[in-house]
Design a protein around this ligand. Sequence first.
Ligand code: FES
Length: 104
Amino acid sequence: MSMVFLCKVSDVPPGRAKRIARGRKPAVAVFEVEGRFHATADQCTHGTALLSRGQIVEGRIICPLHAGSFDLVTGAPMDLPCDTPLAVYPVDVREDGIYAEIPD
Ligand code: FES
């Protein structure tokens, strides 16, 4: 487990998401919801859609491909066809930006 710098706070507009490419490692999505930041795997567990391109509704991220959704705090699937939890990563907001604890 490593604490990884993701981006600056100003890189994530309110109510939106930012995709963080990580070379050969899976991309991470950072979401802003009412002043709080959440980091998750960017790829939907149902298919190949990028959740950073989805829409945030009441603390859930709606997948842009089939409209399944996940809770951004727990990663729990909330709407079918999603039935596999999404990886969520603990976030630490520091002076220089947003970090998350991500498995190596
Ligand atoms: S790929 Fe996300 S709901 Fe199907």
